[in-house]
Design a protein around this ligand. Structure first.
Ligand code: 5AD
Ligand code: SF4
Length: 421
């Protein structure tokens, strides 16, 4: 989401102000920091990074702080770092050229309607097409700051989404990546009157674009994984067979305290249905450990769900209390060391499970779409339909192309392969 917001700002600055991008901040006229605030650590990092930029930048260069931390800290950022020229919230990126010309501007209205702006003609790569299908989040998970930084949920009309996908395909993309905080809640509310199209129907409409070969999306919410959606996922050949199912906790009691809207049983039922109707799909998840009130038994339940679903990837986090959230006021805090131990245990198990899965992939052949050039300039990385990431020897010419790749070496995060005829 932040990457796409950055693309939006770059597009706007390029079009209206004539800016070009540089990777060397010492020569930059403008330094933008696009921030996350979902956990506390990146917020601390912001202020140390800011200090470094301020010390070594060109004296005339401006600094802008954008994104979710900007949304919730607002002018506090300028109080703490007075050399910051403007603060621009995650829901206000369309105002970038406006704030650029107003010193000490703070634009952080979290319900500003930016749905019109969602499509700006800037892509960091013609082969990778991020498309916002909704902005904001209507849920109220008690640990999460996002609804307070990105505001209420608004879906982008499907005709616009389809038009944007067509444009990207015409420019060379074979794969698109739909973005939203809860993609499968798509269509509940639009800006103004609009035909109620749900996510399943949106997938059907997008797959009619002939030259489009792959559709990915993130993140769906387990609560909205109804049969219609899972069946479309399984049967639509253009929908990539990799699903992110953010579990957060395997204990129904903790899920209730988190206000996630589903129980352990519902989650397991959905995961089982998915495995039954689409055995080739990979499933990834997010888990928080040490949420207030999480007992050893609750944590054991999370581990049991991990073992039962056999997730292909687990992104795990130690609970971090966030301002403006309900859980911030919870008093049944889990001891920090206990939470760290749980996280280490869970991550060791995840590594074990990944190593076991990867070992079975050696020698397999996957149809890979190449989309990233490796820093060394000698390798390109791509993905299989079911999100297996493989690196092969090659250069730019491979980007945006498909090839069959045989896995020749196994690593934990990336596999290495060879293109075969
Ligand atoms: N503490 C720890 N992890 C969090 N996440 C969201 N809020 C918090 C928090 N306060 C995690 C969730 C979410 C992912 C993007 O970040 O697992 O799915
Ligand atoms: Fe945060 Fe919950 Fe919304 Fe996801 S669904 S962004 S975790 S409030």
């Amino acid at each position: 989401m932040n990457s796409r917001d950055s693309e939006h700002m770059i597009a706007e600055l390029h079009e209206k102000e004539g800016y070009e991008t540089t990777t060397d901040f010492k020569v930059a006229d403008l330094i933008l920091i696009n921030t996350c605030s979902v956990r506390e650590r990146p917020v601390h990092k912001l202020f140390s990074e800011l200090g470094g930029f301020n010390k070594h930048k060109k004296p005339s260069a401006k600094i802008g702080v954008c994104g979710c931390t900007a949304s919730h800290l607002g002018e506090e950022i300028i109080k703490k770092a007075p050399y910051v020229n403007f603060v621009l919230g995650a829901r206000n990126v369309s105002k970038i050229s406006e704030v650029l010309h107003k010193d000490k501007a703070v634009e952080i209205d979290i319900n500003y309607d930016e749905s019109e702006f969602a499509f700006k003609d800037f892509r960091s790569s013609p082969f990778k097409g991020f498309i916002n299908i909704s902005i904001g989040c209507d849920k109220a998970c008690t640990f999460c700051i996002v609804p307070k930084t990105r505001g209420d949920e608004i879906s982008i009309p499907d005709a616009l989404v389809v038009q944007e996908a067509q444009k990207m395909v015409d420019a060379g993309a074979k794969e698109i990546f739909l973005l939203g905080q809860n993609v499968n809640n798509y269509g509940r509310r639009f800006s103004g009157e609009h035909e109620k199209v749900n996510f399943t129907e949106l997938l059907r409409r997008l797959s009619k674009i002939e030259e489009l070969q792959r559709i990915r999306f993130t993140s769906p919410h387990p609560f909205h994984m109804d049969d219609e959606f899972l069946e479309e996922f399984a049967s639509n050949p253009k929908v990539c067979k990799s699903m992110h199912m953010p579990l957060q906790s395997g204990s129904t009691k903790v899920l209730k305290d988190m206000k996630r809207g589903y129980s352990k049983e519902w989650f397991l039922n959905r995961a089982k249905k998915l495995r039954d109707i689409c055995p080739e799909a990979t499933i990834s998840t997010d888990i928080i450990v040490g949420f207030p009130g999480e007992s050893d038994e609750d944590f054991e339940e999370t581990i049991a769900v991990m073992k039962e679903v056999k997730f292909d990837q687990v992104f795990s986090f130690k609970y971090s209390p966030r301002p403006h959230t309900e859980a911030e006021a919870f008093t049944n805090i889990v001891d920090s060391e206990v939470a760290s131990d749980r996280l280490s245990y869970l991550q060791a198990l995840n590594n074990e499970m990944i190593d076991e899965k990867h070992a079975k992939l050696l020698g397999n052949v996957y149809h890979i779409y190449f989309e990233d050039l490796h820093r060394d300039g000698e390798h390109v990385a791509g993905r299989s339909d079911n999100n297996i990431v493989v690196r092969v020897k090659g250069r730019e010419e491979l980007l945006g192309k498909f090839a069959n790749v045989k896995i020749t070496a196994i690593g934990r995060t990336i596999l290495t392969g060879e293109i075969i005829a």
